[in-house]
Design a protein around this ligand. Structure first.
Ligand SMILES: *Cc1c(COP(=O)(O)O)cnc(C)c1O
Length: 437
């Protein structure tokens, strides 16, 4: 790699000191402060590689949680941030606007399905889902149905970590039991049938979903789901036909249909957005929106929903984060969208799918493996037991790959720029993790 400065390496004592301080003082996602699992010190990243402080370079199988689709230190994305920095890092969005926000809004309206042409910029995925739920409630109030306050969703979903997001997340994985009385009580339908399910499975599920919607129609405001692929709730692709059931049921009972594409958006499943197959009334996007550079999310909706919100008692959408429309984040998001539009992400996603399918399918015969599934640039190996995360992570690193298994799942969704050689290493890492985990 020419032109890329060598990542910093740290002398062992310095590395140990940073790790010790981190362990004592910094919370990591879903970890204990008193008994934390080990973390690795990263000193740099480029392309599909992470550079560790000990000098090792490993292939990134996680895209920093679905986000870094173009890889790290992409020249066009680096430039978008530094150019914007020369203008201004941030200004408030109340009463002011700026070119990066307008340019991003224009792109989002252009690349999403037609009726979705009103844009709310939020600062994280969870906030986007909160805003979407607020839009649903305000729309129902504005159209004379204030008694409709509950959401219909499916088991196995994940929609973020704030309280209303947790309320529509799977009740077991989301541990509703520990929050009983504090979470709004939503209506949960069975998990949609797996992508390899049979027509009778689909009929049975659709019947149950329709019946539940009909029974609760008087109190339901909307439907919220991750379309086509349930992510953090279990990495499960499901039948595309279910999307049509969601749309039909929403229309039949005047429910606002929300698709949470925070994980699936920007090509990951092979569709730029699953919303191209069936179009929702509200679309949430995040994660890969900025190519993994800065935290930003967006909620898009239709003119009809926007009018409903404006007809509610406040007359306005009651939300406005301090860092709304952050110019640095908007600028890099537009640059990331331009890379997708100019490049051939579809070919890359198909190439990654072939490599993951060929590499992981043989693992079905491995003892301890319950299922193997791939969709777009996502590959999943489900074990028949909880993964030993520490051992699995170590084994993947030994094979040259960074993975972050959870529950019974070893999975990967690499940057689209990953090379064929790097894909081989990633597959080796997954195999190692499965054997060790
Ligand atoms: C990650 C995720 C969220 C939450 O996004 P954050 O940016 O972590 O708040 C919501 N919904 C889905 C489907 C996600 O994958």
């Amino acid at each position: 790699m020419t032109g890329i400065p060598k990542p910093m390496t740290l002398a062992q004592p310095a590395e140990d000191e940073f790790l010790a301080y981190d362990r004592e003082h910094l919370w990591h996602p879903y970890t204990s402060m008193t008994d934390p699992t080990p973390v690795r010190l990263v000193t740099g990243a480029h392309g599909a590689r992470l550079a560790l402080a000990d000098g090792r370079e490993v292939v990134d199988g996680m895209s920093s949680w679905w986000a870094a689709v173009h890889g790290y230190r992409h020249p066009a994305l680096d430039r978008a941030v530094t150019d914007q920095l020369g203008q201004m890092a941030h200004v408030m969005f109340g009463g002011l606007t700026h070119v990066p926000a307008v340019e991003l809004g224009r792109r989002l309206v252009e690349i999403t399905p037609d009726p979705l042409d009103k844009v709310f910029l939020a600062d994280s995925g969870s906030v986007a889902v909160e805003v979407a739920l607020k839009m649903v409630l305000q729309h129902q109030r504005g159209t004379g149905r204030p008694e409709r306050t509950r959401m219909l969703t499916v088991l196995g979903g994940y929609h973020g970590d704030t309280f209303d997001c947790m309320s529509v997340t799977d009740p077991v994985a989301g541990m509703h039991a520990i929050w009983r009385g504090l979470l709004p009580e939503q209506v949960f339908a069975p998990r949609p049938p797996s992508y390899d399910a049979t027509p009778p499975d689909l009929q049975a599920w659709a019947g149950a979903f329709r019946a539940l919607a009909a029974a609760h129609a008087h109190e339901l405001a909307g439907i919220v789901v991750e379309p086509l692929l349930q992510g953090a709730g279990g990495m499960r692709p499901y039948l595309e036909a279910c999307l049509h059931v969601f749309r039909e049921v929403a229309d039949e009972h005047d429910l606002v249909l929300v698709f949470d594409e925070i994980a699936t958006g920007f090509g990951r499943t092979g569709h730029l957005f699953v919303s191209e197959v069936v179009t929702p009334d509200i679309l949430c996007i995040g994660k890969a929106l900025t190519g993994g550079y800065l935290t930003l999310a967006a909620v898009l909706t239709t003119d009809e929903v926007a009018r409903g919100i404006s007809a509610s008692e406040s007359g306005v959408l009651m939300h406005g984060p301090t860092y709304m429309g952050n110019p640095l984040a908007c600028a890099v998001a537009s640059a990331s969208i331009d890379l997708l539009r100019e490049g051939d992400w579809k070919a890359d996603v198909a190439r990654i799918n072939r490599a993951l399918t060929a590499g992981l399918e043989p693992l079905r015969a491995t003892p301890g493996v319950a299922d193997v599934r791939t969709l777009g640039a996502v590959g999943v190996v489900q074990l028949d037991h909880a993964v030993d995360v520490v051992a699995a992570t170590e084994a993947a690193l030994a094979a040259g790959a960074w993975l972050r298994p959870f529950r019974d799942l070893v999975y990967a969704m690499p940057p689209y720029v990953i090379s064929d050689d790097e894909l081989d290493r990633l597959v080796a890492g997954i195999r190692g993790a499965v054997r060790a985990g």
